[in-house]
Each structure stands twice: as C-alpha cells, then as structure tokens.
Write a protein that binds this ligand. Structure first.
Ligand code: R5P
Length: 293
C-alpha cells in the first residue's frame, strides 16, 4: 500500500510520522487541527485523498481532547473519497476500564471502542492494556492489529544494561515482562500490587535476595501517575537493590508523574516513542512500518 497512501499525523505524533513517512514513502498529508475559542474542534485537510489509502497517526493519550477531531478527520477523508482508512494509534487510551470495578461504573473501554467503530477499516496499536479482554475484537468491530514493543525493549536492555533482572510491578505486567525477559535472555520477577486510590499504590516486598548483584530493570506497559513505579522502586531500595532503571512502553506521565519518578532517584527512566516525551529512547517506527507496507 506504499503508493497512493497519504499519512495524516496529529501534532503530538509529528516526529514519529516523519520517521514512518521516510521509511515507507507515504505522502505526508497537510492538515490543520485546532480549537475554536469555544473549544469546538476545527479540522481541514489540504491534501487530496480521493481514491487513496489514508493512514491517520493519532496516539490516543489525552483521549478526551483528541477523540472528536479524530472522528471528524476520518469522516472527512471518507466523505472526500478515501479508499481505505487505517488508524495507527501507538498508544490506545481507555483500555484499563475493562470491567465494572464498582457498581454503576461505565465500562469505558467498550463505549470508547463503540465510538471509533464505523470510522476505520483497520487499526494498529502497540501493547494495548489487554488484561481482561483476550482480543481487540471483543470490543472493536474493525480489525485492530496488536503489535508488541518487547523486541525493541529487549534489544535496548541487551545493549545498555549489564546483568539485568527484569521486574514487573504487578500481575498485569507479567505478560510484558516475561516476553521482554525471554528476548533479552534475562531473569524476571513479578510483584504484587494493590491500588487503593488513583494515586495510592501498595507493592508487596519482593524476594530479591538472589538478585542482589543484578541491575533491577522495572518494566511496565504504562507510566501514568508513576505511583506504581515509585512504590516498586521504594521497596526495591528497602530490599537493598540500587541503580534502578525504569522502562515504560507508554509515557503518559499524568500530572506530576515524571517529576515524582525523577525524585525517587532512579538511575534512568526510559520509554518508547509511542507517546512523545523527553524520556523516549526506544524507537517503535520499524514495528509500525512493517505492518503498514
Ligand atoms: C496497570 O494496570 C498498568 O499496567 C500500569 O501499572 C499502571 O497503569 C500504571 O499506572 P500509574 O503510573 O498511575 O501507577
């Protein structure tokens, strides 16, 4: 689909878009997305899409802000004659509310998917928070390809970390940590986490005795408030482990998350460029390109 494909990028994803366009030869679409003073969205495209395949690169962090212009753009492209519309959302939001934890709560992952359904022919994302859903097809009507960052994360660890032991902060992280550990040829342990509030997290004291001479590398899919990472870091330090490296696939860093994690005095904070952030050191463009061409 290299020829005849236009890629439109949301402003947050411009750097990743440039990499993808360079590697695929897609035409970079010209568009304007902005807010009117009353906070309604304005969307305009300046690239012809008639009879062409359209790729929309839109990471769905801060989803409440991005969802309306995303829908308007997809709808506009379809109306102007685009052949096939593919959504590339390296981080897909609203996946964590996948069950009614308390009576009366909205299962927003399902409702969010319900809004996107109908606008796209295909979706591509990286390590979505698939915990209680086994596959994207449980909530998405269009084919949504799930890609994994485990290979590139493992590669980074192999190159940069001496004698790593990978640590997952909770059972939900086991799926990412085990894969990365296997690919990096490193041991791993998974801890127990209890979340008591949006910013309150308790982590079980790990049995780290036998890994005292290793470099602890925390790996999680999402760093949001960073309280999960911070709780884990504190316990590892109490258990006598130092020089802790934190790796997150998706750098949300909500509120003071980044500052708070830096203040926890970890050795390094590394993320993938699924969400643009100054900690991005692991590039996922090749993974996406492979799926697109
Ligand atoms: C949880 O289910 C996820 O895998 C992450 O551990 C979680 O989203 C991290 O959130 P926070 O940074 O707010 O502790």
């Amino acid at each position: 689909m290299t020829k005849n494909t236009v890629l439109f990028s949301f402003p947050d994803n411009d750097e990743l878009a440039k990499k993808i366009v360079k590697k695929t030869g897609f035409e970079l679409g010209d568009l304007s997305i902005r807010e009117f003073p009353d906070k309604e969205s304005f969307v305009q495209i300046f690239t012809d899409v008639k009879g062409k395949n359209v790729v929309i690169l839109c990471g769905l962090d801060i989803p409440n802000r991005k969802l309306p212009p995303l829908i308007f753009l997809a709808d506009l492209c379809k109306e102007l004659g685009a052949k096939k519309i593919t959504l590339v959302s390296p981080y897909l939001g609203y996946m964590r509310q996948d069950i009614r934890f308390n009576e009366g709560e909205a299962i927003t992952s399902k409702s969010f998917a319900g809004i996107l359904n109908g606008y796209f022919d295909k979706g591509i994302t990286i390590d979505p928070h698939l915990h209680r859903y086994e596959s994207m097809s449980e909530i998405y009507d269009f084919p949504f390809k799930v890609l994994h960052a485990s290979e590139v994360v493992a590669e980074w660890i192999k190159i940069h970390i001496k004698k790593p032991v990978l640590i997952g902060p909770d059972s939900e992280s086991a799926q990412w940590v085990s894969k990365v550990a296997e690919k990096a040829g490193a041991p791993f342990i998974v801890l127990e986490k209890v979340r008591t509030g949006d910013r309150e997290v308790e982590i079980s004291v790990p049995d780290v005795e036998k890994y005292k001479t290793h470099t602890p590398v925390l790996v999680d899919d999402i760093i949001s408030t960073a309280r999960t990472m911070i709780g884990t870091v504190e316990h590892l330090k109490e258990a006598g482990m130092g020089k802790i490296v934190c790796i997150g696939i998706h750098a949300i860093f909500a509120g003071d998350g980044y500052e708070a994690l830096k203040n926890a005095k970890v050795c390094d904070i590394i993320t993938c460029n699924t969400i643009h952030h100054k900690t991005n050191r692991i590039d996922v463009s090749d993974i996406i390109v492979k799926e697109l061409v």
